[in-house]
Write a protein that binds this ligand. Sequence first.
Ligand code: HEM
Length: 456
Amino acid sequence: MSSSPRAEQTREVRTLPFHHVVPRLLRDPVQALAEIGMEADGEIVRLNAGTFRPYVITHPEHVHHVLRGNSDNYVRDGAFWRPFRPLFGNGILSDGASWERSRNALQPMFTARHVESLTGLMADAVADALERLDPLAAAGHPIDVSAELTKIVNSTLVGIFFGDRISLAETERLLPAMERIGNAVVLRIMLPLVPKAVPLPGDRSFRSAVRAFDDVMASLARRHPVAPRDGDDVFTLLCRARDASGGELDSGFVRDNLVAMFATSIETTIMALTWLWPQLAAHPEVSRRLSAEIREVVGGDRVSAAHLPGLGYTRMVFQELLRLYPVAWMFPRMVVRREVLGGVRLDHGDNVLISPYLTHRLPSLWDRALDFDPERFAPSREERRHRYAYFPFGGGPHQCIGAHVFNTMGQLIVAGLISRFQPEPDPAPARPRPAVTLRPRDSVKITLRRVPEGVR
Ligand code: HEM
């Protein structure tokens, strides 16, 4: 891997030709991009996919530069982000002043200290949801992990974020709408020069999915001026937010941020926890150690905040899981002003692809890069790796606001599941398919058996 990521002299960027790129992307985009990343080994390359020609950026120094060092020059705009604008509007998933206002309004809810204060609530919601799995364990049939996690995560996060203002039935309708949006925008991304007025397949499905969000979130947001001002759920925080001159923000601000919070929090958490089970099936020694730690720490108790500090190995398993399966697998940027990065001249309007999925799999950064090995994250072996060799939660000003929420809730769910049940994962390996988040191609199944009382 080149050690001079930034140089003012320019070189001709290696461009992968259309006939090399497009068939591979159509066959298996995640695998194709991972291979392209490995072949490039940190060098910036350009993909020729017709009218759409993004740069692929994987070197940790370059990632640092784009996400943090010179982040003002790399914004959430361009071919990738524009098709999503009718959905996300000008909330925390935008950029510039509207992003900053949203981030300032939401940030207090996501500090480590505030999340810690919510841990008891989360633990209760998780433990209640897990008790509802008993009949499934008694039936002994394989269950669809994502479907069950959806119920657990929904009942935990929706209560905390939205109070009782959104029903579980409504959130369960919105998750498929989110998935439809991911599928519907692909052509718009691939054909950025086609004007909006020219219809493309997927447009109608996109509009109907946005309407589903508006039915719930926009109508909730319109009630905001009369909303009660107590409580510390996301809705109340957004209603209380003020602009720089102290003025009240409009219902569009509330709607855009409700949609963004929903889109970023629920599916990422469900998908990250879904990827765990195929890894445990393939690595029985990891599975045994994880179960042993959880049985020792949680035993027969209801899982609670007090158990979290004892779950050191569980945390290592999560870190390794997010190395190989970083569910926010791709987050693009658009170049604002011309500059040279890694010897490559980037011009205004160019799209760059940043992908932890690619960087986390580079053999020049990671020993046995494709092996699942939580020991990499053992505190005694904390390797001196580059901050941006591992960035499942992004970095710089847009760094994930929900990392503490994910880590806390994820550990509660996994510790609760493994202490209450003996989950037997289906041994079928899971392969990723591209969506807005990284999802397994086929549904992941596990069979639950109640742990006998004496063993717990
Ligand atoms: C495994 C779970 C999760 C992963 C891997 C993840 C990853 C990420 C990444 C990579 C970004 C940066 C995107 C960019 O730079 O464009 C991001 C942003 C964000 N995430 Fe997460 N996330 C997860 C869970 C959550 C949860 C649970 C929440 C909410 C509680 C959340 C809320 C957000 C928000 C609001 C942003 C936008 C922040 C900003 O632009 O200022 N995420 N996330």
